[in-house]
Design a binder for this molecule. Structure first.
Ligand code: ZN
Length: 141
């Protein structure tokens, strides 16, 4: 049975991370500091270096591609939920290089922020808790 969450109210934040922040850690810290337990994230900006994951469906693990140069954050989309009772940000990222070639994937630790402006829609209500999903090997709602 598909799990569905419905929310009656939301708060909206517009904020930015500081240069040098780790992108995923900074988003988790923002959520913890502002009581965001469930929500959506959208952002843009640039990183000084990046790391994108690709989930190998046969192996059941992430392969990470690293970028040791400045890249544009062409798109950052994600959500906020809980895993092991901790705030968990799941986001996907499109990074563009100097030729505007784009690479996309799962946001991994190791993306160092140059600048990042983001919006968080925080939903007040039941917090989705991630659990192991045997069908995919992922932690899903
Ligand atoms: Zn992902």
């Amino acid at each position: 049975m598909m799990k569905v969450f419905s929310f009656e109210s939301q708060r909206v934040f517009l904020a930015r991370l500081e240069r040098g922040d780790d992108l995923v850690e900074g988003l988790v810290r923002f959520c913890d500091e502002h009581g965001v337990r469930a929500g959506c994230i959208q952002g843009l900006g640039a990183v000084e270096c990046g790391a994108l994951g690709y989930y190998d469906q046969d192996a059941g693990r992430y392969d990470t591609m690293r970028f040791d140069q400045g890249m544009e954050i062409a798109s950052l989309v994600g959500n906020v939920s809980s895993k092991d009772c901790q705030t968990f940000v799941h986001a996907h990222l499109v990074l563009a290089d100097e030729k505007r070639r784009c690479f996309g994937g799962h946001l991994m630790p190791g993306c160092r922020v140059f600048a990042c402006e983001f919006t968080v829609w925080a939903f007040d209500g039941e917090v989705p808790e991630r659990m192991p999903d045997p069908a995919t090997g992922l932690a899903l709602w």
